[in-house]
Design a binder for this molecule. Structure first.
Ligand code: NAP
Length: 243
C-alpha cells in the first residue's frame, strides 16, 4: 500500500520539488497550496497523465480551521496519513526596528503556528496507527540567526525546537520528527536578491554555489524511508554553517 504524504506549500520551490520526487516514487500525495491555484491544477493534470496520484487542496496553513479541512480531505481520500511535510513558508527582510506587529504575527503564524496546527491535527491519526513521519523545513537562520530577518529566524528556531520536543514525545508512538534546515536554495523566495548579492553569498559558501531544490527533496525522501533518525536538524547548506 503506498504511503500517503501531505506536502504543505507544494505548489512552488522546495515543496514542488518534494512533490515531484515523491510522486515519481509512487507515494500518494496531497499537495497543499495557498495562492498558486493555477500552478497546482497544472501539476495535478501532469501527474494524472503519468498515472501518478497527486490530489490538490487549497488551505492557508496559518489558519487552524483550514488545516483541519486539509487533514479531513486527506483522510477522506486515502484513509490515512503516513507523512506530513511542513514546507509552507514566507520570508521578509526588514530592519528589526522596522518590523511591525503585523509583520511579526504574520511571520510567526505562517512559519511556526502552521507547524503546530498541522502536526497536532495529523498526530492524532499517527498515534492511533502507531506510525508516522513528520518533516519540518526550517532554515539555517533558525540555527545561527539572520540580521534583518529576526522574525524569520525566531520562527524557524521555534520549528527546530518543536522538532526536538515532538521527537521525544512521539517517539514512543513510533513517530519520527526531523527538520531539514536549508541554506540558500534557488527558488522564488530569493528572487529579490540581485546578481551581485548572489555572487557575494556564493563566495561565503565553501561549495561555492547556491543549493538545488532536489537536494532538499532527496533528503526528505531519505527521512521518510529511514526508520531510526528522529529529533535531528539536518542542515543542507553547502558548508555555509558547520557545527
Ligand atoms: P517559495 O518558492 O516562495 O514557495 C513557498 C511555498 O509556500 C509556496 O508553495 C506557497 O504556496 C506556500 N505558502 C506560503 N504561505 C502559505 C500559506 N499560508 N499556506 C499554505 N501555503 C503557503 O519558497 P521556498 O524557497 O520553496 O521555501 C519553502 C520552505 O523552505 C519555506 O518554509 C522556507 O522558509 C524554507 N527555506 C527556504 C530557503 C531558500 O533559500 N529558498 C532556505 C531556507 C529555508 P502558494 O504559492 O500556493 O501561495
Amino acid at each position: 500500500m503506498p504511503k500517503t504524504v501531505i506536502v504543505t506549500g507544494g505548489s512552488r520551490g522546495i515543496g514542488a520539488a518534494i512533490v515531484n520526487l515523491l510522486a515519481k516514487e509512487d507515494y500518494q500525495i496531497v499537495l497543499n497550496y495557498n495562492k498558486s491555484e493555477e500552478i497546482a491544477k497544472k501539476m495535478q493534470e501532469e501527474f494524472t497523465k503519468l498515472g501518478k496520484c497527486v490530489e490538490i487542496f487549497q488551505a492557508d496553513v496559518s489558519k487552524r480551521e483550514e488545516v483541519k479541512k486539509l487533514v479531513e480531505f486527506t483522510i477522506q481520500k486515502f484513509g490515512k496519513i503516513d507523512v506530513l511535510i511542513n514546507n509552507a513558508g514566507i520570508s521578509q527582510t526588514k530592519l528589526f526596528t522596522d518590523i511591525t506587529d503585523d509583520d511579526w504575527n504574520t511571520m510567526l503564524n505562517v512559519n511556526l503556528n502552521s507547524v503546530f496546527y498541522t502536526s497536532q491535527e495529523v498526530a492524532k491519526y499517527m498515534i492511533h496507527e502507531k506510525e508516522g513521519c513528520i518533516i519540518n523545513i526550517s532554515s539555517i537562520w533558525g540555527m545561527v540567526g539572520a540580521s534583518c530577518e529576526v522574525h524569520y529566524s525566531v520562527a524557524k528556531a521555534g520549528v527546530d525546537a518543536m522538532t526536538k520536543s515532538l521527537a521525544k514525545e512521539l517517539g514512543p508512538s513510533n513517530i519520527r520528527v526531523n527538520s531539514i534546515a536549508p541554506g540558500i536554495i534557488d527558488t522564488d523566495m530569493n528572487k529579490y536578491l540581485s546578481k551581485e548579492e548572489i555572487e557575494e553569498i556564493k563566495q561565503e559558501i565553501p561549495l561555492g554555489k547556491i543549493g538545488d531544490t532536489l537536494s532538499i527533496a532527496k533528503c526528505a525522501k531519505w527521512l521518510i524511508e529511514d526508520n531510526y533518525t528522529t529529533g535531528q536538524v539536518i542542515s543542507i547548506n553547502g558548508g555555509w554553517n558547520i557545527n
